[in-house]
Design a protein around this ligand. Structure first.
Ligand code: ADP
Length: 187
């Protein structure tokens, strides 16, 4: 299956995505992780990305679309993948539709994880990444509300949205995602 994990920063997409990936054998493609790798390699993309990430801003659609187009075309993603952190804007979502359509593929489901803003802020501040300072965290949530949250409606209209409660224990959230996946598989 080809899946997208959608939800605000700090909601648990990375943790849950890893578990779904291990349970099903589809690679987890995290654009945030890909960018952090470029940063640690000191590539030119890494330098640009770090400055934007540290301000809570998004890397350009063109760059992100190119990265995802390449990564989803690799051999391990042939039978499915889980995207975490992409798409984050409507142009990215449109591009993903186009990329898959060209390959004769579809996005099977968008699993939307939700949690209240004060909870995601608390989680981000407790994990302590370099872009997890309070001002940056607030900025990232604002960018999420403005640019990414509209994707919930976007995928609802396409009939591909499955909503899952991101509160609760890791096991409870995982179970919720598995139920949503079962629903998507039988849809
Ligand atoms: P979180 O899940 O906490 O939002 P990520 O690890 O997904 O964080 O992403 C960290 C940063 O990487 C984002 O704040 C943004 O600057 C950049 N980034 C990741 N994915 C994208 C994307 N699809 N488009 C633009 N910027 C992105």
């Amino acid at each position: 299956m080809r899946l997208v994990l959608l939800g605000p920063p700090g909601v648990g997409k990375g943790t849950q995505g890893k578990r779904l990936s291990e349970a099903n054998g589809w690679p987890l493609i995290s654009t945030g992780e890909m960018l952090r790798e470029s940063v640690s390699q000191g590539s030119s993309l890494g330098r640009v990305a770090q400055a934007l990430m540290d301000q809570g801003l998004l890397v350009s659609d063109d760059v992100m679309i190119g990265l995802v187009e390449e990564r989803t075309n690799e051999a391990d993603a042939k039978n499915g993948f889980i995207l975490d952190g992409f798409p984050r804007t409507v142009p990215q979502a449109d591009a993903l539709e186009g990329i898959l359509r060209e390959r004769g593929q579809v996005l099977n489901a968008v699993l939307s994880l939700s949690a209240p803003a004060d909870e995601v802020v608390r989680r981000m501040l407790s994990r302590g990444r370099s872009d997890d300072l309070e001002a940056t965290v607030r900025k990232r949530l604002k960018v999420y509300d403005e640019q990414t949250a509209p994707l919930i409606e976007y995928y609802r209209r396409l009939g591909r949205l499955f909503e899952v409660d991101g509160l609760g224990t890791m096991d409870e959230v995982h179970a919720g995602l598995c139920r949503a996946l079962a629903g998507a598989a039988s849809a």
